[in-house]
Design a protein around this ligand. Structure first.
Ligand SMILES: Cc1cc2nc3c(=O)[nH]c(=O)nc-3n(C[C@H](O)[C@H](O)[C@H](O)COP(=O)(O)OP(=O)(O)OC[C@H]3O[C@@H](n4cnc5c(N)ncnc54)[C@H](O)[C@@H]3O)c2cc1C
Length: 361
């Protein structure tokens, strides 16, 4: 029987913990989650999970077969949860996904993977101020997730499995978990987001500089919309800022989030000059259904991305300040896809844990 520690209580840590406890019920004696922040905390802009949109619309490039596997698995899981378990508060919506004709068609359209896939007509594109000679659009079924509601659901599920939680100050080095616990766990799952590489600076120095922030900005409005809309590319007439796109997701409990931007290597709390006005103007230009809306919240938040993509990998480290070795499975640096690949990533975490926890039961 093993003792497992999950470091981090964002969507990656919570989903990894739940998948582990469900996959290895006979070999995990104790599972502890330690983290500086937990669901419900909003004080930290670089704790990514509370600030997400969140929806499923894979960003995996057509050649990234491992990310595609993770995203596919999660899409099907989310659809199933939306139908089977109202406690998740995951809700199905159609999404209108509009992109430049110059771009490669995304894998989930090419493969006809997503449910209820149709093409948006040239008339609708024109009504939405997208020139059908330059833009193409598809509609399919996806999900909206309210991060706070959903992450609290995951935590409540973990509590039914007697998972222990402990709030800690941010650690500098991964070996500090041993002093906090008072023992060396058989396995550590590193889901510490923006600090996923930094806490390895002694054991795995090459990782320290690989994780980087990607800024996002979001408005929240009271009004509802019966669909999501995503404009990956925007017409020049919109006068968008660099890295700006259009994202509107109705939330399961009501109201919508309106975004946004993906600005790499900016981890500051400051809002980008003029961006909130731009987001509002561009949303109204492309969504006639939202000619008037009332903003009740605006925020800046950070995604944690990693050069080379998410790290889902097993490491056996010889420790520097403690005796013995430390088994670690990493799951950090997922960027803007933490929800939409969460169950696929957690499945891979379980596969990499079999060396320590034995065969799946
Ligand atoms: C504006 C915005 C919109 C987004 N929209 C979507 C979307 O539509 N769909 C989607 O799939 N994703 C979306 N994302 C991305 C998604 O939010 C992230 O990918 C996801 O939340 C990452 O989760 P995580 O658990 O890996 O990291 P985090 O949520 O950052 O969690 C890290 C955890 O580790 C803990 N921690 C960190 N460092 C330490 C330390 N040193 N010591 C102790 N504890 C530590 C933190 O307290 C926290 O609990 C969006 C993100 C943003 C900002």
């Amino acid at each position: 029987m093993s003792k497992v520690l999950v470091l981090g209580a964002g969507v990656s840590g919570l989903t990894s913990a739940l998948s582990l406890i469900e996959t290895f019920p006979d070999s995990i004696k104790e599972l502890t989650i330690i983290s500086s922040e937990f669901p419900g905390d909003y004080h930290s802009h670089d704790f990514a999970s509370p600030w997400a949109g969140a929806n499923w619309c894979s960003f995996a490039s057509n050649s990234d077969k491992y990310q595609i596997i993770r995203d596919k698995f999660t899409y099907l899981k989310f659809l199933e949860l939306s139908e089977r378990d109202p406690r998740t508060q995951i809700k199905k919506f159609p999404v209108k996904h509009i992109a430049s004709k110059e771009k490669e068609t995304p894998w989930f359209i090419k493969e006809n993977f997503v449910k209820d896939l149709t093409k948006i007509t040239p008339e609708e594109l024109r009504e939405r101020n997208f020139d059908p000679d330059k833009f193409v659009g598809w509609q399919f079924t996806t999900v909206s997730i309210s991060p706070n509601l959903y992450n609290n659901f995951l935590l409540s599920q973990l509590k039914t499995h007697n998972v222990i939680t402990k709030r800690i100050q941010r650690i500098e080095h991964i070996e500090e978990v041993i002093d906090i616990l008072g023992y060396t766990p058989d396995l550590v799952i590193n889901c510490s987001g923006i600090n996923g590489g930094k806490i390895l600076s002694e054991l795995d120095p090459e990782e320290a500089d690989k994780v980087y922030p990607v800024k996002g900005q979001i408005l929240q409005i009271y009004e509802d919309l019966p669909f999501q809309i995503m404009g990956d590319d925007l017409p020049t007439a919109d006068i968008p800022l660099e890295d700006e796109f259009l994202n509107i997701f109705p939330r399961p409990e009501g109201g919508c989030i309106v975004g946004g931007i993906m600005r790499a290597n900016d981890g500051s709390r400051n809002e980008i000059d003029g961006l909130f006005d731009n987001i509002e103007r561009i949303a109204k230009r492309h969504v006639p259904e939202l000619q008037k809306f009332t903003v009740f919240n605006k925020y800046v938040a950070i995604r944690n991305a990693r050069k080379g993509g998410v790290r889902i990998e097993f490491s056996n480290y010889v420790m520097k300040s403690h005796k013995g070795n430390l088994n670690v499975v990493h799951n950090y640096g997922i960027g803007g896809s933490g929800y939409q690949s969460s169950f696929g990533s957690a499945k891979q975490v379980c596969e990499l844990s079999t060396g320590v926890l034995g065969k799946k039961t």
